[in-house]
Design a protein around this ligand. Structure first.
Ligand code: SF4
Ligand code: SF4
Length: 408
Protein backbone atom coordinates (compact mmCIF):
# COMPACT_ATOMS: atom_id res chain seq x y z
CA UNK A 1 0.00 0.00 0.00
CA UNK A 2 1.26 3.44 -0.80
CA UNK A 3 0.40 6.69 0.91
CA UNK A 4 0.30 10.35 -0.03
CA UNK A 5 2.01 13.54 1.05
CA UNK A 6 2.48 16.95 -0.51
CA UNK A 7 5.77 18.57 -1.46
CA UNK A 8 5.27 22.17 -2.44
CA UNK A 9 1.98 21.88 -4.35
CA UNK A 10 2.60 18.45 -5.84
CA UNK A 11 0.95 15.37 -4.46
CA UNK A 12 3.49 12.65 -3.68
CA UNK A 13 2.92 8.90 -3.67
CA UNK A 14 5.09 6.71 -1.40
CA UNK A 15 5.78 3.11 -2.32
CA UNK A 16 7.78 0.70 -0.14
CA UNK A 17 9.45 -1.76 -2.49
CA UNK A 18 10.89 -4.08 0.12
CA UNK A 19 11.30 -4.47 3.85
CA UNK A 20 14.85 -5.79 3.40
CA UNK A 21 17.72 -3.48 4.28
CA UNK A 22 21.50 -3.73 4.12
CA UNK A 23 21.79 -1.63 7.31
CA UNK A 24 20.31 -2.37 10.70
CA UNK A 25 19.80 1.12 12.15
CA UNK A 26 19.16 1.39 15.87
CA UNK A 27 16.10 3.57 15.28
CA UNK A 28 14.64 1.90 12.19
CA UNK A 29 10.90 2.53 12.32
CA UNK A 30 10.21 -0.76 10.53
CA UNK A 31 12.55 -2.69 12.78
CA UNK A 32 10.06 -4.49 14.97
CA UNK A 33 7.77 -5.46 12.11
CA UNK A 34 10.49 -6.29 9.61
CA UNK A 35 9.33 -9.34 7.72
CA UNK A 36 12.19 -9.27 5.23
CA UNK A 37 10.16 -9.69 2.10
CA UNK A 38 10.25 -8.34 -1.41
CA UNK A 39 6.71 -7.69 -2.58
CA UNK A 40 5.77 -9.33 -5.88
CA UNK A 41 6.56 -7.42 -9.04
CA UNK A 42 2.85 -7.30 -9.83
CA UNK A 43 2.00 -5.84 -6.41
CA UNK A 44 4.72 -3.16 -6.57
CA UNK A 45 3.66 -2.04 -10.05
CA UNK A 46 0.06 -1.96 -8.87
CA UNK A 47 1.12 0.24 -5.93
CA UNK A 48 3.10 2.52 -8.24
CA UNK A 49 0.10 2.92 -10.54
CA UNK A 50 -2.19 3.70 -7.63
CA UNK A 51 -0.55 7.11 -7.17
CA UNK A 52 -1.10 8.07 -10.81
CA UNK A 53 -4.76 7.11 -10.44
CA UNK A 54 -4.87 9.47 -7.45
CA UNK A 55 -3.34 12.39 -9.37
CA UNK A 56 0.12 12.21 -7.81
CA UNK A 57 2.89 13.72 -9.91
CA UNK A 58 5.78 12.65 -7.64
CA UNK A 59 6.75 9.26 -6.33
CA UNK A 60 9.10 8.22 -3.51
CA UNK A 61 10.51 4.70 -3.80
CA UNK A 62 11.39 3.59 -0.28
CA UNK A 63 11.87 0.49 1.83
CA UNK A 64 13.52 -1.02 3.88
CA UNK A 65 16.21 -0.11 1.37
CA UNK A 66 14.65 0.23 -2.06
CA UNK A 67 17.93 0.29 -3.99
CA UNK A 68 18.78 -3.31 -3.05
CA UNK A 69 15.74 -4.62 -4.88
CA UNK A 70 16.96 -6.46 -8.01
CA UNK A 71 14.23 -4.61 -9.95
CA UNK A 72 14.92 -1.12 -8.56
CA UNK A 73 15.88 0.36 -11.95
CA UNK A 74 12.87 -1.33 -13.52
CA UNK A 75 10.56 0.40 -11.01
CA UNK A 76 12.14 3.77 -11.75
CA UNK A 77 11.55 3.19 -15.48
CA UNK A 78 8.01 1.99 -14.85
CA UNK A 79 7.27 5.07 -12.72
CA UNK A 80 8.42 7.32 -15.55
CA UNK A 81 6.46 5.31 -18.07
CA UNK A 82 3.17 5.59 -16.20
CA UNK A 83 3.56 9.35 -15.92
CA UNK A 84 5.32 10.52 -12.75
CA UNK A 85 7.12 13.83 -13.29
CA UNK A 86 9.50 13.41 -10.37
CA UNK A 87 11.02 10.19 -9.02
CA UNK A 88 12.81 10.20 -5.68
CA UNK A 89 14.31 7.52 -3.50
CA UNK A 90 15.14 7.61 0.20
CA UNK A 91 18.21 5.55 0.84
CA UNK A 92 21.13 4.71 3.08
CA UNK A 93 23.14 5.34 -0.11
CA UNK A 94 25.38 2.29 0.03
CA UNK A 95 24.33 0.96 -3.38
CA UNK A 96 25.19 4.30 -4.98
CA UNK A 97 28.84 3.81 -4.06
CA UNK A 98 28.81 1.87 -7.34
CA UNK A 99 28.91 4.72 -9.84
CA UNK A 100 27.75 2.57 -12.74
CA UNK A 101 24.63 1.58 -10.77
CA UNK A 102 23.98 5.25 -9.96
CA UNK A 103 24.34 6.22 -13.65
CA UNK A 104 21.92 3.49 -14.67
CA UNK A 105 19.36 4.69 -12.12
CA UNK A 106 19.66 8.25 -13.39
CA UNK A 107 19.30 7.03 -16.99
CA UNK A 108 16.20 5.11 -15.93
CA UNK A 109 14.70 8.41 -14.72
CA UNK A 110 15.71 8.93 -11.08
CA UNK A 111 15.46 12.67 -10.27
CA UNK A 112 16.28 12.92 -6.57
CA UNK A 113 18.14 10.95 -3.92
CA UNK A 114 17.63 11.57 -0.20
CA UNK A 115 20.46 10.09 1.84
CA UNK A 116 19.94 9.11 5.47
CA UNK A 117 23.13 10.30 7.14
CA UNK A 118 23.29 10.66 10.89
CA UNK A 119 26.86 11.61 11.69
CA UNK A 120 30.12 12.81 10.19
CA UNK A 121 32.04 10.49 12.53
CA UNK A 122 32.64 6.91 11.40
CA UNK A 123 32.36 5.47 14.92
CA UNK A 124 29.01 7.11 15.64
CA UNK A 125 27.71 6.56 12.10
CA UNK A 126 28.37 2.82 12.24
CA UNK A 127 27.13 2.54 15.80
CA UNK A 128 23.84 3.99 14.57
CA UNK A 129 23.61 1.94 11.36
CA UNK A 130 24.81 -1.15 13.22
CA UNK A 131 26.73 -2.11 10.05
CA UNK A 132 30.44 -2.06 9.37
CA UNK A 133 31.48 -0.64 5.97
CA UNK A 134 28.33 1.49 5.90
CA UNK A 135 30.20 4.78 6.52
CA UNK A 136 32.60 4.37 3.61
CA UNK A 137 29.93 3.19 1.16
CA UNK A 138 27.33 5.82 2.14
CA UNK A 139 29.77 8.72 1.83
CA UNK A 140 31.10 7.35 -1.48
CA UNK A 141 27.50 7.09 -2.70
CA UNK A 142 26.82 10.66 -1.55
CA UNK A 143 29.91 12.05 -3.27
CA UNK A 144 29.04 10.15 -6.46
CA UNK A 145 25.51 11.57 -6.40
CA UNK A 146 26.71 15.12 -5.76
CA UNK A 147 28.84 14.89 -8.91
CA UNK A 148 25.75 14.19 -11.07
CA UNK A 149 22.95 16.39 -12.37
CA UNK A 150 20.45 15.17 -9.83
CA UNK A 151 18.84 16.61 -6.69
CA UNK A 152 20.56 15.40 -3.53
CA UNK A 153 19.22 15.93 -0.01
CA UNK A 154 19.80 14.51 3.44
CA UNK A 155 17.69 13.21 6.34
CA UNK A 156 19.21 13.29 9.82
CA UNK A 157 17.50 11.56 12.75
CA UNK A 158 18.45 13.25 16.04
CA UNK A 159 19.29 10.94 18.93
CA UNK A 160 21.50 10.71 22.01
CA UNK A 161 24.46 9.47 19.96
CA UNK A 162 24.61 12.34 17.47
CA UNK A 163 22.91 15.33 19.12
CA UNK A 164 25.98 16.83 20.77
CA UNK A 165 27.80 17.16 17.46
CA UNK A 166 24.87 17.80 15.17
CA UNK A 167 26.28 21.20 14.19
CA UNK A 168 29.60 19.60 13.22
CA UNK A 169 27.79 16.94 11.17
CA UNK A 170 25.84 19.56 9.27
CA UNK A 171 28.92 21.74 8.75
CA UNK A 172 30.75 18.69 7.34
CA UNK A 173 27.90 17.81 4.98
CA UNK A 174 27.57 21.41 3.78
CA UNK A 175 31.30 21.42 3.06
CA UNK A 176 30.92 18.28 0.94
CA UNK A 177 28.16 20.01 -1.06
CA UNK A 178 24.77 19.17 0.45
CA UNK A 179 22.21 21.96 0.09
CA UNK A 180 19.07 20.50 1.68
CA UNK A 181 18.45 18.92 5.10
CA UNK A 182 15.49 17.41 6.89
CA UNK A 183 16.20 17.34 10.63
CA UNK A 184 13.99 14.70 12.24
CA UNK A 185 13.17 13.85 15.82
CA UNK A 186 13.42 10.30 17.09
CA UNK A 187 10.06 8.52 17.47
CA UNK A 188 9.34 5.72 19.97
CA UNK A 189 8.53 3.05 17.36
CA UNK A 190 10.13 -0.01 15.81
CA UNK A 191 13.78 -0.63 16.67
CA UNK A 192 14.00 2.84 18.21
CA UNK A 193 11.76 1.72 21.06
CA UNK A 194 13.79 -1.44 21.53
CA UNK A 195 16.94 0.69 21.79
CA UNK A 196 15.31 3.59 23.62
CA UNK A 197 17.81 3.72 26.49
CA UNK A 198 20.64 4.07 24.01
CA UNK A 199 18.91 6.69 21.85
CA UNK A 200 16.62 8.83 23.98
CA UNK A 201 17.73 12.33 24.97
CA UNK A 202 15.90 15.27 26.49
CA UNK A 203 15.24 17.49 23.49
CA UNK A 204 14.46 20.56 25.60
CA UNK A 205 17.93 20.39 27.14
CA UNK A 206 19.45 20.21 23.65
CA UNK A 207 17.38 22.95 22.08
CA UNK A 208 20.38 25.25 21.64
CA UNK A 209 22.21 22.55 19.69
CA UNK A 210 19.27 22.12 17.35
CA UNK A 211 18.72 25.83 16.90
CA UNK A 212 22.39 26.42 16.11
CA UNK A 213 22.35 23.59 13.54
CA UNK A 214 19.36 25.24 11.86
CA UNK A 215 21.08 28.62 12.01
CA UNK A 216 24.14 27.11 10.37
CA UNK A 217 21.99 25.96 7.44
CA UNK A 218 20.39 29.38 7.12
CA UNK A 219 23.74 31.19 7.27
CA UNK A 220 24.97 29.02 4.42
CA UNK A 221 21.79 29.53 2.37
CA UNK A 222 21.03 25.85 2.69
CA UNK A 223 17.43 24.62 2.70
CA UNK A 224 16.38 23.12 6.03
CA UNK A 225 13.16 21.50 7.23
CA UNK A 226 12.26 20.19 10.66
CA UNK A 227 10.32 17.00 11.03
CA UNK A 228 8.51 16.12 14.27
CA UNK A 229 10.68 18.58 16.22
CA UNK A 230 8.52 19.93 19.08
CA UNK A 231 7.27 23.39 18.16
CA UNK A 232 8.13 24.88 21.55
CA UNK A 233 11.90 24.47 21.20
CA UNK A 234 12.11 26.40 17.94
CA UNK A 235 11.82 29.84 19.52
CA UNK A 236 14.93 31.10 17.70
CA UNK A 237 13.87 29.50 14.41
CA UNK A 238 10.11 29.74 14.54
CA UNK A 239 9.85 29.91 10.75
CA UNK A 240 11.15 26.32 10.72
CA UNK A 241 8.18 25.02 12.70
CA UNK A 242 6.84 22.07 10.75
CA UNK A 243 3.63 22.78 8.89
CA UNK A 244 0.94 21.29 11.17
CA UNK A 245 -0.84 19.92 8.08
CA UNK A 246 1.83 17.20 8.07
CA UNK A 247 0.05 15.70 11.08
CA UNK A 248 -2.67 14.75 8.64
CA UNK A 249 -0.26 12.44 6.80
CA UNK A 250 0.88 10.87 10.09
CA UNK A 251 -2.69 9.87 10.92
CA UNK A 252 -3.65 8.90 7.36
CA UNK A 253 -0.79 6.39 7.29
CA UNK A 254 -2.18 4.75 10.45
CA UNK A 255 -5.88 5.33 9.83
CA UNK A 256 -6.98 1.74 9.22
CA UNK A 257 -5.21 0.53 12.34
CA UNK A 258 -6.53 3.40 14.48
CA UNK A 259 -10.15 2.86 13.41
CA UNK A 260 -9.90 -0.88 13.95
CA UNK A 261 -8.44 -0.41 17.43
CA UNK A 262 -10.90 2.29 18.44
CA UNK A 263 -13.78 0.04 17.41
CA UNK A 264 -12.45 -2.65 19.70
CA UNK A 265 -12.10 -0.24 22.63
CA UNK A 266 -8.33 0.07 22.42
CA UNK A 267 -5.76 2.21 20.64
CA UNK A 268 -2.34 1.83 19.01
CA UNK A 269 -0.08 -0.60 20.84
CA UNK A 270 2.27 2.27 21.72
CA UNK A 271 -0.51 3.88 23.80
CA UNK A 272 -0.12 5.10 26.53
CA UNK A 273 3.37 4.02 27.58
CA UNK A 274 5.32 5.75 24.83
CA UNK A 275 3.14 8.83 24.34
CA UNK A 276 5.16 11.14 26.58
CA UNK A 277 8.05 10.76 24.11
CA UNK A 278 5.95 11.15 20.99
CA UNK A 279 5.31 14.18 18.78
CA UNK A 280 1.74 12.96 18.21
CA UNK A 281 0.72 12.74 21.85
CA UNK A 282 -1.79 15.61 21.97
CA UNK A 283 -3.35 14.60 18.69
CA UNK A 284 -3.72 10.93 19.69
CA UNK A 285 -5.32 11.92 22.97
CA UNK A 286 -7.72 14.24 21.17
CA UNK A 287 -8.69 11.42 18.79
CA UNK A 288 -9.32 9.02 21.69
CA UNK A 289 -11.38 11.59 23.62
CA UNK A 290 -13.36 12.58 20.54
CA UNK A 291 -14.15 8.98 19.69
CA UNK A 292 -15.40 8.36 23.22
CA UNK A 293 -17.54 11.46 23.18
CA UNK A 294 -18.96 11.33 19.66
CA UNK A 295 -21.95 9.20 20.50
CA UNK A 296 -22.95 11.48 23.28
CA UNK A 297 -24.39 14.89 22.76
CA UNK A 298 -21.44 17.21 22.59
CA UNK A 299 -21.17 20.92 22.70
CA UNK A 300 -20.26 22.26 19.29
CA UNK A 301 -17.32 24.56 18.72
CA UNK A 302 -18.63 28.03 19.29
CA UNK A 303 -18.44 29.90 16.00
CA UNK A 304 -18.29 33.21 17.90
CA UNK A 305 -14.84 32.14 19.03
CA UNK A 306 -13.72 32.36 15.44
CA UNK A 307 -14.88 35.95 15.26
CA UNK A 308 -13.04 36.79 18.43
CA UNK A 309 -9.91 35.12 17.12
CA UNK A 310 -10.00 37.10 13.90
CA UNK A 311 -10.28 40.34 15.85
CA UNK A 312 -7.41 39.23 17.98
CA UNK A 313 -5.33 38.80 14.83
CA UNK A 314 -5.38 42.57 14.49
CA UNK A 315 -4.22 42.87 18.02
CA UNK A 316 -1.31 40.50 17.51
CA UNK A 317 -0.04 42.63 14.66
CA UNK A 318 -0.86 46.09 15.87
CA UNK A 319 -1.58 46.62 19.53
CA UNK A 320 -2.95 50.09 18.88
CA UNK A 321 -5.97 48.51 17.21
CA UNK A 322 -7.22 47.47 20.61
CA UNK A 323 -8.37 51.06 21.05
CA UNK A 324 -10.78 50.88 18.15
CA UNK A 325 -12.45 47.64 19.15
CA UNK A 326 -15.03 47.56 21.87
CA UNK A 327 -13.38 44.83 23.90
CA UNK A 328 -15.58 45.41 26.90
CA UNK A 329 -18.45 43.72 25.07
CA UNK A 330 -16.38 40.68 24.27
CA UNK A 331 -15.22 37.64 26.12
CA UNK A 332 -11.82 36.36 25.14
CA UNK A 333 -11.32 32.68 24.75
CA UNK A 334 -7.99 30.90 24.68
CA UNK A 335 -5.99 34.11 24.35
CA UNK A 336 -2.66 34.26 26.24
CA UNK A 337 -2.88 36.57 29.26
CA UNK A 338 0.42 38.25 28.50
CA UNK A 339 -0.75 39.81 25.26
CA UNK A 340 -3.78 41.41 26.92
CA UNK A 341 -3.82 44.59 28.99
CA UNK A 342 -4.11 43.74 32.69
CA UNK A 343 -7.57 45.29 33.04
CA UNK A 344 -9.00 42.89 30.42
CA UNK A 345 -7.50 39.71 31.72
CA UNK A 346 -10.48 38.69 33.81
CA UNK A 347 -12.39 38.43 30.52
CA UNK A 348 -10.19 35.58 29.32
CA UNK A 349 -11.49 32.06 29.62
CA UNK A 350 -10.17 28.77 28.35
CA UNK A 351 -12.02 25.96 26.69
CA UNK A 352 -10.92 22.51 25.70
CA UNK A 353 -11.13 21.74 22.02
CA UNK A 354 -14.20 19.66 21.19
CA UNK A 355 -15.20 17.45 18.31
CA UNK A 356 -18.33 18.81 16.65
CA UNK A 357 -19.84 15.93 14.70
CA UNK A 358 -22.20 13.26 15.88
CA UNK A 359 -20.52 10.38 14.05
CA UNK A 360 -16.80 9.88 14.40
CA UNK A 361 -14.66 10.72 11.36
CA UNK A 362 -10.95 10.24 12.00
CA UNK A 363 -9.61 12.56 9.31
CA UNK A 364 -12.12 15.29 10.14
CA UNK A 365 -11.13 14.96 13.80
CA UNK A 366 -7.47 15.32 12.82
CA UNK A 367 -8.25 18.42 10.80
CA UNK A 368 -10.08 20.04 13.74
CA UNK A 369 -7.02 19.44 15.88
CA UNK A 370 -4.70 20.87 13.22
CA UNK A 371 -6.85 23.97 12.80
CA UNK A 372 -6.80 24.73 16.53
CA UNK A 373 -3.44 23.44 17.70
CA UNK A 374 -1.67 25.82 20.09
CA UNK A 375 1.85 26.08 21.40
CA UNK A 376 3.83 27.72 24.19
CA UNK A 377 7.59 28.24 24.16
CA UNK A 378 9.71 26.75 26.96
CA UNK A 379 9.99 30.15 28.66
CA UNK A 380 6.27 29.86 29.57
CA UNK A 381 7.20 27.31 32.23
CA UNK A 382 8.18 30.23 34.44
CA UNK A 383 4.95 32.12 33.87
CA UNK A 384 2.37 32.67 36.58
CA UNK A 385 -0.39 31.79 34.06
CA UNK A 386 1.26 28.69 32.64
CA UNK A 387 -1.03 26.17 34.33
CA UNK A 388 -4.13 27.44 32.54
CA UNK A 389 -2.85 29.26 29.45
CA UNK A 390 -2.75 27.36 26.15
CA UNK A 391 -0.41 29.71 24.28
CA UNK A 392 -0.82 30.84 20.66
CA UNK A 393 -1.75 29.05 17.46
CA UNK A 394 1.07 27.16 15.79
CA UNK A 395 0.49 29.01 12.53
CA UNK A 396 0.78 32.33 14.35
CA UNK A 397 3.98 31.14 16.03
CA UNK A 398 5.38 29.99 12.67
CA UNK A 399 4.66 33.41 11.21
CA UNK A 400 5.63 35.75 14.03
CA UNK A 401 7.49 33.72 16.64
CA UNK A 402 7.16 33.80 20.41
CA UNK A 403 8.69 37.19 21.22
CA UNK A 404 5.29 38.74 21.88
CA UNK A 405 4.75 36.29 24.77
CA UNK A 406 6.14 37.61 28.04
CA UNK A 407 6.04 35.31 31.08
CA UNK A 408 4.87 37.08 34.19
S1 SF4 B 1 1.15 9.57 20.77
FE1 SF4 B 1 0.03 8.13 19.47
S2 SF4 B 1 1.51 7.37 18.00
FE2 SF4 B 1 2.65 8.35 19.66
S3 SF4 B 1 3.17 6.75 21.10
FE3 SF4 B 1 1.22 7.59 21.79
S4 SF4 B 1 -0.38 6.39 20.80
FE4 SF4 B 1 1.55 5.95 19.76
S1 SF4 C 1 3.96 33.85 28.84
FE1 SF4 C 1 3.19 31.92 28.06
S2 SF4 C 1 2.02 31.01 29.72
FE2 SF4 C 1 2.32 33.16 30.22
S3 SF4 C 1 0.48 34.14 29.51
FE3 SF4 C 1 2.00 34.30 27.89
S4 SF4 C 1 1.66 32.54 26.58
FE4 SF4 C 1 0.59 32.17 28.50
Amino acid sequence: MGCYTYKMNDKTHWVAITSFCNNNCLFCLDGKHKSNIFLSDFQIKKNILEGINNNCSRIVLSGGEASISPNFKEYIKYSKLVGYKHIQTITNGRMFSNELFLDECICAGLDEITFSIHSHRKDIFEQITNSTMSYKQTYKGLINALSKKIIVSCDIVLNKLNIDEIDKTIAFLIKIGLREFDIMQLMPFGSAWKNWDMLYYDIEKKKDKINSAIALCKNNNVVVFTNKIPYNILDNNYDQIQNPQKLYDEIRGRSEQIIERLNSDSFLECYPKRCKYCFLKDLCQFIIDSFKKCNKEEKKLNTKDTIIFSKMDNYYHNKSKIKIIDYYNLKFKNIPFCIMPKHLREKISFEDLTYDKKNFDLMYCTQIFINHIKVKPIKCKDCFYNYKCKGISVLKAKKSGFNQLKPE
